[in-house]
Design a protein around this ligand. Structure first.
Ligand code: NAG
Length: 251
């Protein structure tokens, strides 16, 4: 009897601990999606990157490798950035690299010696944006699962043309940004280098149909848990100009 009680007690304690841990990592963090100026100013910054045939869901190992490369330099002005085509786009081209808030010749040299390339990130006036607190890799997993469906719904409901998907890992914050202009400029240097697989069609436009491909094995209750901030914002207004106006009024 006593043993059974202890087991029950321990199970409850464990469940509570796991629950609190997941809260800490952002399981219930409110996600609000906005249209307006970018909350992180990336325009005109130096970006040293590599092109991958991967998307946000399967580029994890390469991302880990990059953070390991940067780790010895311990410099907070080196900001990991991932630029991908949203899921549902035909192309799986991704740019993974480092945004330089300040010059750092040692890191620049190191990356260039490993076949990384340099570009300047385009200046974009307006983006669709969301942020998520980053408390480590569990947060990142939760963020990717929770944020993208909300952003995708928001973009769809407001009929916006917002891509690519940019993830900026600055300090304890992840910025999710989808530019509303200059979309082609992000992949400008990589367009011609892609030769064989995709012929004919432009691979930069959205594909019709279900865009929510990331967790095709997930049941719907996952989505119900996401607070529908996006839809409540979206129901009242649908034009881009209106969204910008809303944003100015509320800020
Ligand atoms: C990215 O990571 C995967 C898995 O570790 C690896 O197989 C692949 O070679 C990496 N890509 C590049 C370009 O390093």
């Amino acid at each position: 009897m006593l043993i059974e009680l202890s087991i029950i007690f321990l199970s409850i304690a464990l469940a509570v601990t796991v629950f609190l841990a997941l809260c800490y990592f952002g399981l219930f963090e409110t996600i609000s999606v906005k249209t307006g100026e970018s909350p992180y100013d990336f325009g005109g910054k130096k970006f040293i990157y590599k092109m991958y045939k991967a998307n946000s869901a399967n580029i994890g190992p390469n991302f880990t490798k990059l953070t390991a490369l940067l780790y010895p330099f311990k410099d907070e002005t080196l900001v990991p950035v991932l630029i991908t085509q949203p899921l549902g786009f035909k192309s799986t081209k991704s740019l993974l690299g480092v945004l330089f808030e300040q010059n750092n010749e040692a890191v620049e040299k190191m990356l260039l010696s490993k076949d990384y390339k340099i570009m300047t990130l385009p200046q974009v006036n307006h983006v669709v944006s969301a942020t998520f607190t980053n408390k480590g890799s569990i947060s990142v997993v939760i963020a990717l699962k929770r944020v993208y469906p909300v952003i995708t719904d928001y973009i769809k409901e407001n009929k916006l043309c917002a891509y690519p998907s940019i993830e900026i890992y600055k300090g304890d914050m992840i910025y999710f940004l989808s530019p509303l202009s200059k979309q082609q400029d992000f992949f400008m240097n990589e367009d011609s280098s892609e030769s064989s697989s995709e012929e004919g069609d432009s691979d930069d436009g959205p594909v019709d149909g279900d865009q929510d491909l990331r967790d095709n094995d997930d049941s719907d209750d996952d989505n119900n848990a996401v607070p529908s901030t996006a839809s409540s914002i979206a129901s009242s207004s649908s034009s881009f100009e209106q969204l910008i106006a809303d944003d100015v009024l509320t800020s």
